[in-house]
Design a protein around this ligand. Structure first.
Ligand code: UDX
Length: 431
């Protein structure tokens, strides 16, 4: 099949490459010339496990091309994926401007039947809205069907998650489009759910909101643990053994970040408001997450009268390990607050420094872990990168001004740093 994927971000790029690897002829389009140039030169624009190899493979087999020419892509393909960004506006509503631009191009260039598959996370009713817009702009209804097909991949495991999704959701009302979707998706082993576009669009938001709520729930319980000497790790494990709950995705910490949970929970609350529905549970999950991020700073303020002159090292700046993404990462909120309070902030992250530097230019960035620790008053572990698990406690005791670790991911608990004489704080323990 001739497939075009419009948007070469996380979702678009992975969709394009996996489909190209399945021997479809794929053109991946993006307006960002620099990104397209990089991709044509085999340079992945993001860090993602297995991406470089897959890019090489698909370019060698010539099943993929990268281009900025959207008109030709629309005119020559049978299937057109929309995978552009739908970021949050200042007030939490979804910014649909990138998607609208693509719909304009579709209206201008579509001259044969194509299935338009929307992969971006979009408000409920978007499939209907795109259909209506194309008809109003004079595109004949015989020339297209619009389908909702949300993406659930996780950064860091994106290729695996696309290939072996827990489920593939397809919101489709046309038999003709469904036959084409079956050709694309029947080879995948994942269960397929064919449903209405509205249901499909809401499944994506509901899934992210539910997972975000699960994390905020356990963080709320962690806060109670810190006052009662109960053990949050044992509680999460014991609760999780109930099959209806599951221990997966149930770790207390300094909150969730990334490009999806923060944006999608806020968007869902706004979407519901439009229908005069208050999503109180999701709203609470958002609020818990916001206050959770700043727990380490509150702890420091209780400890130190003055933040001025203190050197604090942030270990890990990405929102989770195995990615270079720092969007909405708890570390960013911590860095900004500490700088505002007058502390000197150092940052070490194995691959996230460059992205963090763009949004937090006032922090000091280190290439070498132990240089960032030498002479600091406190370490705040924000991301559970594997190399932090092997932290050299002797170095900390010898070279830090105060041997103090605030463990925002409860990552070192099994090493009992306190036994070595380190001041050690955990979420649900003393934070
Ligand atoms: C998420 C969803 O998992 C994915 O299905 C959706 O398509 C996009 O959003 P991603 O943003 O890549 O994926 O990250 P994920 O691995 O889900 O982690 C999100 C955040 O939750 C991270 O900041 C992580 O540290 C935090 N988290 C996760 C916890 O605090 N505790 C947990 O137990 C699990």
């Amino acid at each position: 099949m001739k497939i075009s994927v419009i948007g070469a971000g996380y979702v678009g790029l992975i969709t394009a490459l996996v489909l190209a690897d399945m021997d479809h002829t794929v053109v991946c389009v993006d307006k960002d010339e620099l990104k397209i140039n990089k991709l044509n030169h085999r340079i992945p624009p993001i860090y993602e496990e297995g991406l470089e190899e897959l890019l090489d493979k698909c370019l060698n087999s010539k099943t993929i091309t990268f281009s900025t020419d959207i008109a030709t892509a629309i005119k020559t393909c049978d299937v057109l994926y929309i995978a552009v960004g739908t970021p949050a506006l200042e007030d939490g509503h979804v910014d649909m401007s990138q998607s609208n631009v693509i719909v304009d191009s579709l209206a201008k260039h579509l001259d044969h039947y194509a299935v338009i598959i929307n992969k971006s996370t979009v408000p409920i009713g978007t499939q209907k809205h795109i259909t209506q817009t194309l008809l109003e702009k004079g595109v004949s209804k015989e020339l297209f069907d619009v389908v909702s097909n949300p993406e659930f991949l996780r950064e860091g495991k994106a290729i695996h998650d696309f290939k072996y999704a827990d489920r593939i959701v397809l919101g489709c009302e046309s038999d003709k489009a469904k036959a084409i979707l079956k050709q694309i998706y029947d080879p995948f082993v994942s269960p397929k759910i064919y449903t209405t576009p509205e249901t499909s669009e809401l499944i994506k938001y509901a899934a992210n909101a539910f997972l975000a709520t699960k994390i905020s729930f356990i963080n709320d319980i962690a806060n109670l643990c810190s006052k009662t000497h109960a053990d949050i790790a044992v509680i999460a494990y014991a609760l999780g053994l109930d099959h209806r709950i599951s221990p997966e995705f149930f770790k207390a910490g300094i909150g969730y970040g990334g490009s999806c949970f923060p944006k999608d929970t806020r968007a869902l609350v706004k979407i519901a408001e439009h229908y005069e529905i208050q999503l109180k549970i999701v709203q609470s999950a958002i609020e818990i997450n916001e206050s959770q991020k700043l727990k380490p700073v509150k702890l420091l303020l209780n400890h130190w009268e003055e933040m001025e002159g203190k050197i604090v090292t942030i270990l890990g700046v990405t929102f989770k390990p195995e990615t270079d993404d720092v969007r909405d990462a708890p570390s960013i909120a911590i860095i900004n607050k500490l700088i505002e309070l007058g502390a000197q902030v150092r940052v070490y992250d194995p691959i996230g420094n460059k992205n963090a530097q763009k949004i937090c230019p006032k922090a000091q960035y280190f290439e070498e872990l132990y240089h960032s620790i030498d002479g600091a008053h406190c370490l705040i572990l924000c991301t559970e990168w594997e190399e932090f698990h092997d932290l050299d406690f002797r170095f900390i005791l010898k070279h830090m001004r105060i041997p103090m670790i605030i463990d925002g991911r409860n990552f070192l608990t099994d090493r009992d740093p306190e036994d070595d004489g380190i001041l050690y704080f955990t979420v649900g323990g003393s934070i």
